[in-house]
Design a protein around this ligand. Structure first.
Ligand code: UDP
Length: 372
């Protein structure tokens, strides 16, 4: 069989590109090493609850093109992410806003909050923040840093905040209003019926083969009586893995999910996401999946998320975008440029801490360039 594109990875990037290619009359073959499509946004129905199998995914965007695009493939519900954080026995609203400040300091007005933060911030100096700790204290002062940021971040990334880049914490809004919406984006929601159904619609018409690694596919194809041929490859796996780690391994953070079904418990924690910010609790958060869809089922499914070190062979989740890794990525990028007829894309292919909407936008832009 001849294909215009062999697409490695059935996650969001691969699925959007596949859809766009098919819309232009191209023939695609999509392969994935896992037993299911949708990559890390995969959802599965358990006890009548859509479970996010690889951690919570809340779709949010301010990009009108992306929002219109995803709405072609799914209906989004009215979910707004408002996690709470537990530090020892104290509970705070996230992101950092007047509810957090009021609980932390027993104050009511933005003026009072600003004064406290200003006082604590002046200790952190005035230069450009050199690391996450300095950036965090600059944004919200030392109390919030110590209780809600330090332990959580060190657990998630496996290293002290003084050794992490400042940009990670700039993902979070800081607001002087009583607004618990974790995101600033114009649009937000969860696809009704799960993300996998959305990806299934994107992939409609594509030939998809699961449980198949790129390497195994190439090997089997090479020895087939009538091998497939394809003009180009779109590769969305890890870029260092593609090159056999020949320049060394890029670092990733991994995660371990401990899922529990609580039969007969209809509401375990009253919220979709509860973060555990103390350093001595080994997990970073507990997700209660039914609350993503305002579920009223008699049972509940919860997932504890444990950050984990990563080594080749483990699932990579987060690229560790520090100077060392970004420099190594640039070297891999140079190899990738020289690789004829292979496009690298997505969180792993581009080694970027991409949100879902940014992945979709990148895939659409790539498809525009490639298919016009
Ligand atoms: N963060 C934090 N405390 C929290 C939640 C987040 O300090 O309770 C910081 C932490 O540095 C983390 C970053 O914000 O790495 C982004 O966290 P988020 O949970 O939004 O990232 P996700 O894993 O959902 O992409």
């Amino acid at each position: 069989m001849h294909y215009d594109y062999l697409i490695v990875g059935a996650g969001l990037y691969g699925a959007v590109f596949a859809h766009e290619a098919m819309a232009k009359g191209k023939r695609v073959l999509v392969i994935d090493r896992r037993s299911h499509i949708a990559g890390n946004v995969h959802t599965q129905l358990q006890n009548d609850i859509w479970v996010h199998k690889y951690g919570a995914h809340i779709f949010h965007t301010s990009d009108e093109r992306v929002w219109a695009y995803v709405n072609r493939f799914a209906t989004f519900n009215r979910f707004v992410n408002s996690p709470v954080a537990i530090w020892n026995d104290e509970l705070y609203n996230l992101p950092f806003n007047m509810n957090t400040f009021s609980k932390m300091w027993g104050i009511r007005t933005p003026q009072e909050a600003r004064e406290i933060i200003e006082r604590q911030r002046s200790e952190a100096g005035t230069g450009e923040p050199r690391n996450l700790e300095e950036q965090a204290i600059r944004l919200v002062g030392r109390d919030i840093y110590e209780k809600l940021i330090k332990g959580y971040t060190q657990k998630q990334w496996g290293r002290p905040c003084t050794e992490l880049p400042a940009f990670i914490i700039r993902r979070l809004p800081v607001r002087f209003t009583y607004d618990n919406n974790y995101f600033n984006d114009t649009h937000q929601g969860i696809p009704v019926g799960g993300y996998t159904a959305m990806v299934e619609r994107l992939l409609q018409g594509a030939e998809v083969r699961l449980n198949l690694t790129y390497r195994d596919y190439l090997e089997a194809n090479a020895s087939a009586a009538e091998p497939d041929t394809f003009d180009k490859v779109l590769y969305t796996g890890a870029i260092d893995e593609y090159f056999g780690y020949r320049l060394g391994a890029l670092e990733y953070r991994s995660l371990r999910f401990e899922e529990e079904t609580l039969e007969g418990c209809d509401n375990f924690q009253g919220n979709a996401a509860v973060n555990y910010t103390s350093a001595d609790v080994p997990y970073t958060r507990i997700i209660e999946h039914k609350h993503f869809e305002f579920g009223t089922q008699p049972d509940t499914v919860i997932t504890r998320e444990y950050p984990a070190a990563w080594k080749p062979g483990d699932e990579p989740y987060y690229p560790v975008n520090n100077e060392k890794n970004d420099a190594l990525y640039q070297q891999y990028r140079a190899l990738a440029e020289a690789e004829k007829n292979v496009i690298f894309g997505g969180r792993l292919g581009e080694y970027r801490y991409y949100d879902m909407d940014k992945v979709i936008l990148a895939a659409l832009n790539r498809a525009d360039e490639e298919l016009s």
